[in-house]
Design a protein around this ligand. Structure first.
Ligand code: HEC
Length: 150
């Protein structure tokens, strides 16, 4: 059984190198506490991914502090203040696969990983955003703190 699973994984790894990156990830409650890359992302790159209509496409549904972007979505809450509403781990899981916290959600799973809740290695799906891009977006979102009332 273990061997079969190992072989299946190996085949997958050979066929699709992009999926081969093994990761030990754990969902704790509604969060993934661990960085997907082992380090912090770059908020500038994260912002660029969010407004990129080919990449993140976040502004199809969301609005946020992007004054240069005339068309912003109203299908989802504004990203403004997201870094105050959620912990980093909660945002990481929501970005990776929001359906795990809300099965009805229309938000795409940007980085769904098979067997995410198993401790041990899992093979990555072909994600919309790779691990580094998820961490970049996350770094930007964590900087979006709600304004304190004067
Ligand atoms: C197709 C629409 C859609 C797209 C595209 C989308 N989202 Fe969402 N998102 C939603 C909806 C709807 C919710 C509200 C919660 C739910 O559905 O579970 C949400 C929730 C969120 C939340 C939590 C909101 C809060 O309450 O603070 C964050 C953060 C978020 N999305 C970030 C992103 C980012 C970043 C991207 C792009 C990488 C993105 N979303 C792309 C629809 C979308």
């Amino acid at each position: 059984m273990r061997v079969a699973r190992f072989l299946a994984g190996l085949l997958l790894a050979m066929a699709l190198p992009a999926m081969a990156e093994a990761q030990a990830l754990q969902v704790t409650g509604d969060a993934v506490a661990q960085s997907l890359t082992g380090s912090a992302g770059d908020p500038g790159r994260g912002r660029a991914i969010i407004i990129d209509r080919q990449k993140g496409l976040c502004l199809l549904c969301h609005s946020g502090p992007f004054p240069e972007e005339p068309l912003q979505g109203n299908l989802a809450p504004s990203l403004e203040g997201a870094g105050s509403r959620w912990t980093e781990g909660q945002l990481r899981l929501r970005l990776m696969d929001n359906k795990r916290v809300n099965p009805e959600s229309i938000m795409p799973a940007y980085h769904r990983i098979a067997g995410l809740n198993r401790v041990g290695s899992a093979w990555r799906d072909r994600p919309i955003l790779n691990a580094a891009e998820i961490e970049d977006v996350l770094a930007f979102l964590m900087g979006l703190k709600a304004e304190k009332a004067p």
